[in-house]
Design a protein around this ligand. Sequence first.
Ligand SMILES: [Zn+2]
Length: 272
Amino acid sequence: MVASGCDSDLDAGDAGTVWKRSRRRRERQERLDAGFPDDWRSLCEQRFRWYRTLDAEQLTRFERRVLEMVLDVSWEPARDFEITDEMRVTIASLAQLVVLELPEGALGRVHAVIVHPTTIVMEGEHSQVDGVVSDEPTEILGEAVDGGPILLAWDEVVDDVRHPRRGRNVVIHEFAHVVDMLDGVVDGTPPITDPDAAQRWIRVCTEIFEQVVEGRAGHVLDPYAGVNPGEFFAVATEAFFCDPLGLHREHPDLFAEFLAVYGLDPRAWVVR
Ligand SMILES: [Zn+2]
């Protein structure tokens, strides 16, 4: 019943939507107030060697951001698949690790994560990594599109988490693309405000990118880094987080650039 004098355009259907929305808002706030669940904490402790090394301030920020991402992103399963909290927390944790020392909202343009059980086969017309449009079926483990959803193959996510020493991680790779896209272009350069630092970044990355293309960059960077500067940045980010000692040994200059951009030193996480 509407009080007399109250001017509202709501019809009965709208009212249902408004109540649903306000219930969702209330539930979201309750989950935020309840904090990071204990079983999520146990999951992080089991899965990620870096989790226990975060200091108190980093841990608080990390857990809040993971919780917000789990609540706010639309988690969409592929057909005949079901997404669990284990998947949401694992993926959100790796994504938030990448941007832990970046300003709030670095992943704000990611509205949806689509999780497939295994390798995704792109059918129909789609643009490939080199920009060429093809209708050949293409197998992918993940994909990041600017302003669009992140696609991930869950079996690959788990495999990468179980074998961190292999130096690759599809979640870190795809969210590195998101960081690269923060300035609006996929060019292998995240936002760097200091002009001298930006110049140095371009010089160091260009030199090592050329080494990868020519097959003389060592063993730590996967040859896929030679596809284009965007893939170089994503592959080097994987190496930085997953094989920091190897990347530092083979490319100390590149390691220093990534250290400056991400503000974290993953060498501290490695049991030597
Ligand atoms: Zn990529």
